[in-house]
Ligand binder design. Sequence first.
Ligand code: NAP
Length: 352
Amino acid sequence: MPHSQVDIRQNVPLAPYTTFGIGGAARYFAEVHTEEELLEAVDFAREQELALFTLGGGSNLLVGDAGFDGLVLHIAIHDPTKITIDGDFAIHTVAAGVVWNDFVLSVCEEEISGIECLAGIPGSVGGTPVQNVGAYGQEVAETIVSVRALDLKRKAFADLSREDCGFAYRRSIFNSTERGRYIVTAVTFRFDMTMKPRLTYADLTKYFGDRQAAPLEVYHAVRAIRHGKGMLIVEGEADSRSAGSFFKNPVVEQEVLKRIASALKMDVDSVPHWPADAGRVKLPAAWLLEKAGFVKGFTMGHAGISSRHTLALINRGDAKAADIFALRDTIQAQVKAEFGIVLEQEPVQLGI
Ligand code: NAP
């Protein structure tokens, strides 16, 4: 095979690279450690006319049982973080392959606020801008200033500004308008060192009361809360074999909220919801699932719902992707029948 540095392997099972532990093999698989290796692997794919798929931490991914008939690029770029200080601001440029939680911890240990609510989110730094990862009222778009990526269209590296990235709720150009065009190699964050953690979500205000908490305390609290909900990847825990939240929280018109309240003979105020853009409301998908009869611990063959979080579908052991798809389809059909809402799958799907 005409490649000099980058190691390109064949028929590599993908299941071990995903937190779900599900899925077939990749026809070709390259682990890239540098931007040069990335270019080489992309050249190989072009020469062989192979489809490309970029794999980071594999934590938001469901691989189909037939695997992938192309080249999977596993981004393992781990260059040391570059830190510069500009007045009250700390600027960190972090390689895409760095484990996200390791980076969060290092920032919190510096007593810097900005990403402490995002502790315990699995995956790598490079994956975070793609879906503008967020939790407990904080999202990466608030601190990202630029994203470095290989632009496959131009075959050149580009430094995209925050505006270029088009961030919105769980969305960026990388998972919407420009899906498949860029491969993230590094992310630059800018932290205001005068900022203190802002705790707005009930889980956290309950934990700390009125007390002002330090970033590292919030880091540990968020990990404990996530652990309690089975949302922390812990080796050997059955509820960890998942891709986190399986459905997005739907954003709907006020009319839909009223319709749900009346169908359930409830006051509108008793139906949990939060304001979203354009006068719409965000509904918790987990609540809809429970009202439709899909509760924690629900099982269907080898697939199931986490015993600690309604929104996480799990591999109960030896599940095939087909088992997860069957459970997903059953839930979607029931929620649609009861509430007229089509729940959208959150994890990226590779193959069928
Ligand atoms: P949760 O805290 O029980 O919240 C469930 C839903 O209620 C979410 O839609 C959340 O909005 C909303 N919500 C709760 N309190 C709110 C408030 N004070 N203001 C506005 N909206 C509020 O959710 P969870 O499942 O245990 O997850 C904890 C956090 O992790 C949530 O923020 C969730 O979105 C986040 N998460 C993110 C990802 C991801 O980025 N892919 C994956 C899994 C979980 P938000 O979704 O806007 O927070």
